[in-house]
Design a protein around this ligand. Sequence first.
Ligand code: AMP
Ligand code: MG
Length: 329
Amino acid sequence: MSMRTLFLKADEPGVRRGAEVIRAGGLVAFPTETVYGLGADALSAPAVARIFEAKERPQGNPLIVHLGDAAALESVAARVPPRARDAAARFWPGPLTLVLPRAGAVPLITTGGLETVAARVPSHPVALALIEASGRPIAAPSANRSGRPSPTRAEHVWEDLDGRIELILDGGPTPVGIESTVLDMTTEPPMLLRPGGVTLEQLRDCLGEVAVLKGDDLEAAGRSPGLRYRHYAPRAQVIIVERGAGEVAVAPWLEAGRPVALMAQRRVSLDGPGFRVRTMPGDLEAYARDLFAVLRELDSTGVEGIFVEAVPPEGLGLTIMDRLRRAAS
Ligand code: AMP
Ligand code: MG
């Protein structure tokens, strides 16, 4: 499949064009506050099928449905428990996805065959304008080829999906930079399926007890199908090391003449041919915003290994470590 992909500024005419494409069953990449999404009419099975095709995404991996406001939940969820309403009131619009029982209007292809649906209200003005103008809930996974680092700039979408989708709306870099938190509201207590832009600490503050799905649970793959698949991975091998251990870890690679990179939240004094250093922000919000772009950029330099020093797994650090571990696996 090859088509001409339009690349437009995400201004009013761009969004209007995007809405026409969505309503016609086509694919539009657009900025959300987390990462760029690849959108299609969530209620149209053939439109959603094209998302899987364009991304080469495994069919069992369900999509997140994006809504214009919390009231629209009624159209995609069969039931909305009071605590889901509390979470929505506190965190929407924003990077929290709620898993709820599926309403019949949502085709099974959108939910990866599950009887639950994942939904959120994004805060990015372009995302909201596109949903509003198209008048549809928009299914939108990250707008990358399956397995690649998520796109945080329109250029990343172009690299991965040019010739496979109708339109890319360029709204600049995405402000959060990592995907939404996925919270299963069908269980008691609610269960964190994927850490993201809303932290576990924030969820517990709002909802009380929140269980955490362990990635290695046998059950885990069934509950959070996305966990089954390779994710976020650059071509280079990603290797996580303890904070402060970067220089020692890269030394043997450099001695063997293999080009490597090191990402660390501190000044690294080591220098040498074929060695690249990226000093990552100490502030975790800024770190998260840069993470995927730095992985893509280092990858494009042709390094064979990307060493990354670990960050403490608290707050957004939990999400950053989750993404790094998957990139490394
Ligand atoms: P992406 O949009 O590419 O960031 O991936 C969407 C994530 O949401 C994946 O990890 C999915 O497994 C998860 N997800 C979507 N729908 C459901 C659902 N009904 N139940 C559990 N997880 C879901
Ligand atoms: Mg994704």
